[in-house]
Design a protein around this ligand. Structure first.
Ligand code: ATP
Ligand code: MG
Length: 320
């Protein structure tokens, strides 16, 4: 992967009156990745995105997108990017295709080219067969997909998506995830915000956990989970007596990467360092002692645990 960032933001600060919405945030995004901003309501995700896409001036800090400084070269930055806002007022009386024609005009595309791209974008989000119906008749998921098509019309190099699946049903979410994966496969760089843990986990190559306008943690979902050092391998030997369990425990303690062992009823719970080989090595030890396995379980901390670990609270308030 090319390690020159396609987006670089340094020391971003944005205040609204007494509220500091973004509080000294520095981030880099790489070409071709899906980068996620994960945080609860009010964390500063939308504010950050709006600064990255030139819609909002930071009070402090510097942003470079595709080699252009956002402050000086906003026009050129806009030529590179597409934006799918958290909420857009789609005109309910227009058809899907008319909507896209409007956006093509907005981007000053020649008429024929605009029509061609509208057809491509509608195809891309699976709305080709509903393109000539008024948006009023669309479901929530279809409206969101139309918004994505609007953000794609000028084939941006970088696409910004603010909460792309907020409030959608499972089927619509799955469809939108598929579109995002297809766009990634075509080489598009995407920056998205979300407060859905599963979305962040499944879709994003790297995540920035944002809390109260600050960066709480950064990494791939896997790195973040591994960083908690909380992987647990639980082994239940078949019919082992106390002495057998003790012998097994002593042997397993000697394995590299085993941090701690606890006995729970007839099982051994091993806290282990993340490693590709620990399970097979532990099984080898058991086999060596002629002990058979009744059950085995391997658990790694969830992204939810990661979130709580780095922010000290859950992503959703209790009342949500
Ligand atoms: N235009 C504005 N004027 C005043 N305060 C604002 C404005 N925009 C955002 N804020 C405040 O800044 C903070 C961050 O808001 P922001 O919309 O960036 O959060 P978010 O992470 O996108 O939240 P959500 O998940 O609810 O979309 C909030 O306290 C919000 O009330
Ligand atoms: Mg928001």
């Amino acid at each position: 992967m090319d390690m020159t960032p396609i987006i670089s933001a340094k020391g971003l600060v944005k205040r609204f009156g007494k509220t500091t919405a973004v509080d000294g945030l520095s981030l880099e995004m790489y070409e071709g990745e899906v980068f996620g901003l994960l945080g609860p309501n009010g964390a500063g995700k939308t504010t950050t995105l709006r600064m990255l896409i030139t819609l909002l001036q930071p009070d402090e800090g510097e942003i470079v997108v595709g080699g252009f400084r956002v402050r000086e070269d906003a026009e050129r930055v806009r030529g590179l990017i597409g934006y799918i806002p958290q909420e857009r007022a789609v005109d309910r009386a227009l058809t899907g295709r008319e909507h896209l024609a409007l956006f093509a005009d907005l981007y000053h595309l020649p008429k024929a080219e605009g029509l061609g791209r509208a057809a491509w974008a509608l195809e891309m989000v699976g709305l080709a067969d509903r393109a000539d119906e008024v948006v009023m008749n669309y479901s929530g998921g279809m409206k969101k997909r139309l918004e994505i098509a609007c953000g794609l019309i000028h084939r941006p190099k970088i696409l910004f998506l603010d909460e792309p699946t907020l409030g959608l049903d499972v089927e619509s979410r799955t469809l939108i995830w598929r579109h995002i994966r297809e766009l990634k496969a075509e080489g598009m760089t995407m920056v998205m915000s979300t407060n859905y843990l599963d979305e962040a986990d499944q879709l994003c190559d790297r995540l920035a956990i944002i809390d109260e306008g600050k960066l709480a943690a950064l990494g791939t979902p896997r790195q973040l989970k591994e960083s908690l050092q909380g992987d647990v391998l639980s082994l239940t030997p078949e019919g082992a007596d106390g002495a057998g369990l003790e012998r097994l425990e002593i042997a397993l303690k000697g394995l590299e990467g085993v941090v701690q062992i606890a006995r729970r009823d007839g099982s051994l719970e091993l806290r282990v360092e993340p490693s590709r080989t620990i399970v097979t090595r532990a099984l080898d030890v058991m086999n060596g002692q002629g002990i058979r396995l009744e059950a085995i379980q391997y658990t790694r901390p969830s992204l939810e645990k990661v979130f709580i670990h780095y922010t000290g609270h859950q992503i959703k308030d209790d009342w949500v």
